[in-house]
Design a protein around this ligand. Structure first.
Ligand code: FMN
Length: 182
């Protein structure tokens, strides 16, 4: 079974609806380590050596968070700035992440229809994701199709449960139980 590291960044985890259930499912799996960044680093001072050691052990690296202002929460960005060092994560001799798989698991407040040229957010969600993808590629990781839950505050319970189940199965390395269209 793959060793999975989940980088979980939610600035208000008690108020979360979907991410809270996703992370609970992740924590229940023996092959998964959940690294809850806002709990570990409330002062934004990141233990780079610890984070690099966790990354080195993982086969699958997951970034899980709600989309905020069309990107990642600020602590997740600070984590990238500090942890993915030149000569370690990228660059000619930076091969520590090479060949690992990378999964982005995000939720949005906006519904799927809001992410379109005619919608409130003006672009498809995919238009906001190239910096994530290129970060993974620069670090020589394998980019997986992101797992997305749109309209996370309004989605009905069955949709949330199906999403959490799909996430659990991905972390376990299982195929989806049914076709899944986020
Ligand atoms: C500061 C902030 C910025 C946000 N920006 C966006 C955004 O750019 N696009 C969007 O669709 N939702 C945005 N949201 C909504 C969150 O993505 C949404 O509340 C979250 O995905 C719900 O998941 P949760 O129940 O696990 O917290 C934002 C929320 C906050 C607090």
């Amino acid at each position: 079974m793959s060793r999975v590291l989940v980088l979980y960044a939610h600035s208000a985890p008690q108020a979360s609806r979907v991410n809270r259930q996703m992370v609970a499912a992740a924590r229940s799996l023996p092959n998964v380590t959940v690294n809850e960044l806002y709990e570990l680093y409330p002062d934004f001072v990141i233990d780079v050596a610890r984070e690099q050691a966790l990354l080195a052990e993982a086969d699958l690296i997951v970034m899980q968070h709600p989309i905020q202002w069309y990107g990642m929460p600020s602590l997740q960005k600070e984590w990238l700035d500090q942890v993915l060092e030149h000569g370690w994560a990228y660059g000619k001799n930076g091969n520590m992440l090479k060949g690992k798989r990378f999964l982005l698991a995000i939720t949005t407040g906006g519904g799927a229809g809001a992410y379109s040229a005619q919608g409130e957010h003006g672009y498809p969600l995919a238009a906001f994701l190239p910096p994530y993808r290129q970060t993974a590629v620069l670090c020589k990781m394998q980019w997986l199709e992101p797992l997305v839950m749109h309209g996370a505050r309004q989605a009905d319970e069955a949709a949330v449960a199906a999403h959490v189940d799909a996430y659990r199965r991905m972390l376990e390395g299982m195929p989806p139980s049914a076709p899944f269209h986020p």
